[in-house]
Each structure stands twice: as structure tokens, then as C-alpha cells.
Ligand binder design. Structure first.
Ligand code: ZN
Length: 104
């Protein structure tokens, strides 16, 4: 996730080391946006937010190994209900073989 790291490093550089980048720091309601506008780097914030969204759309987080991998590095399959055969969910396995539900 080099691209994501670059985006977050750039954000940290602009916002300062104390910036709260947990969760999605690029939501329009985040403190970071208010700070960016107040400090005159609102355009840079929007550019970083677009890049962040583009990377996150291609990524999946594994809570077991606490890492985020590109979707193409996951093994993904459809899971079907044992009783009625209906499509139940989409499941996946990270490169470290941890399984999680991706979509219900
Ligand atoms: Zn994992």
C-alpha cells in the first residue's frame, strides 16, 4: 500500500504530527478538513482525499493481521447458505491466510 502510505505521509506533513488519521480522516466532517481550510491547504486536502478514496476502493483490511492489502492479493469467493442454497455473502482470505466476510 505504498500509495496509501504516501497519501497519509503527505497529510501528516501538512497537518502536523498530532493529526488524527485514524478511521477515514478524509470524510467531509473530519477535523482534518476544517484544519485544512483554516490553514489554507483546503485544495491540497481535497486532492489527497480523492487519492485516498481511489486507493481505499482497491483495498481490503485484515483485522487479524492489522494490515491492508490490495483486493487483487486476496482470495475471494461467494458463500452460499447450507440450507437453501441462496447467496449468503462474499468471503475472502488475506495473503496471510486469515479469513473474513467481505460483503454480507
Ligand atoms: Zn490477515
Amino acid at each position: 500500500m505504498d500509495t496509501l502510505r504516501l497519501v497519509l505521509d503527505e497529510t501528516r506533513r501538512l497537518a502536523g504530527p498530532d493529526a488524527n488519521l485514524t478511521g477515514n480522516p478524509f470524510l467531509p466532517t473530519s477535523e482534518l478538513q476544517d484544519q485544512a481550510i483554516a490553514e489554507g491547504w483546503g485544495d491540497e486536502f481535497l486532492s489527497l482525499a480523492d487519492r485516498y478514496d481511489a486507493v481505499i476502493a482497491l483495498a481490503l483490511h485484515c483485522p487479524t493481521c492489522s494490515r491492508t492489502y490490495l483486493r487483487e492479493h486476496w482470495t475471494v469467493w461467494d458463500a452460499f447458505d447450507d440450507d437453501d442454497g441462496w447467496h449468503d455473502s462474499i468471503r475472502g482470505r488475506c495473503p496471510e491466510a486469515h479469513e473474513r466476510m467481505i460483503e454480507d
